[in-house]
Design a protein around this ligand. Structure first.
Ligand code: ATR
Length: 269
């Protein structure tokens, strides 16, 4: 009998996903044998692929864009943090049931740990979609001083203002001209839509991107303006995966060595 545990990441697009590489590097730390594959999955295909994977004896599923919110409909149980975020990035399968969780928020906070503490800080958040929902509760719990959320669709930013008193919202053109402590990009805007960021005039000590792709428009904006204190979402990606690995295997992998390995992979390309 083949007792190697099976895992999968689903999304659209999926080719770029680093999750199989990250989980195999985690597994090596514990001499674990596992199979982790990726599968191109649209919202329409999701329910079929979830069922197929469950029936095949799979243990865990990661979900990426655009499936995180859609998946809420198909799981049997939802963790409190996934319920709050209204999105799922990690599913574990036990007794034939799907348990949905969201490790993005904890991953985000852990990725900031050695860089900056958010307590009492004045934050500017760009974007107000699902990615922000995944981390918003965790940001509030850090006891930040104030938050300004800027988004193309201001009504979506207002949703967050209802949940926290020290929060203001606007479109990108009306971001207050003050110095922020931290700017967090939660948009999915890529270089080919760069006009959105082109006119941004923001001053801050620290710039954090939820995207880890070289195609991030925010990365381009930071590079063009020589913002030195920029951090990509690579560390958050690894930290959210580490929390998922803990849910699935009950052990906590070391993340720093995986970060260095992925940077090495990138440099060797
Ligand atoms: P979703 O909201 O579908 O879960 P997301 O990646 O979490 O996806 O969020 C997308 C974010 O990027 C949103 O803030 C979105 O702005 P709107 O809420 O106005 O749609 C922003 N975004 C994506 N493409 C954009 C574009 N071309 N111009 C401006 N904002 C864009």
């Amino acid at each position: 009998m083949n007792d190697i545990k099976k895992f999968i990441v689903m999304g659209d697009p999926i080719q770029h996903s680093l999750s199989p590489r990250i989980h195999s590097l985690f597994a090596r730390q514990f001499d674990l044998d596992l199979e982790y594959t990726k599968l191109l999955t649209t919202k329409q295909d999701l329910v079929n692929h979830l069922n197929k994977f469950k029936l095949s004896g799979g243990t865990g599923i990661n979900l990426t864009s655009p499936l995180k919110e859609e998946a809420i409909k198909y799981v049997d149980h939802l963790s409190p943090r996934a319920k709050y975020a209204k999105s799922i990035n990690t599913i574990y399968i036990r007794d034939n049931k799907l348990f949905g969780d969201n490790t993005d928020g904890i991953g985000f906070i852990r990725s900031l740990k050695n860089i900056i503490a958010l307590k009492d800080k004045n934050l500017l958040i760009l974007g107000a979609g699902g990615a922000l929902k995944g981390i918003f509760l965790h940001i509030i719990q850090e006891q930040v001083a104030r938050i300004h959320v800027a988004n193309r669709t201001v009504a979506k930013a207002s949703f967050f203002a209802k949940q926290y008193s020290n929060i203001t919202v606007s479109c990108y053109a009306q971001i207050p001209k003050i110095k922020f402590d931290v700017v967090i990009n939660t948009t999915s805007i890529l270089k080919n839509c760069f006009e959105v960021f082109e006119l941004l005039d923001i001053s801050a000590d620290f710039f954090f991107d939820l995207q880890y792709s070289n195609d991030s428009a925010f990365l381009k904006w930071c590079l063009d303006r020589k913002k030195e204190r920029y951090t990509s979402g690579l560390s958050m990606l690894i930290e959210q995966a580490a929390e998922g690995f803990y849910l699935w295997h009950g052990v906590k992998p070391k993340t720093d060595i995986v970060f260095n390995k992925l940077i090495q992979d990138e440099n060797e390309k």
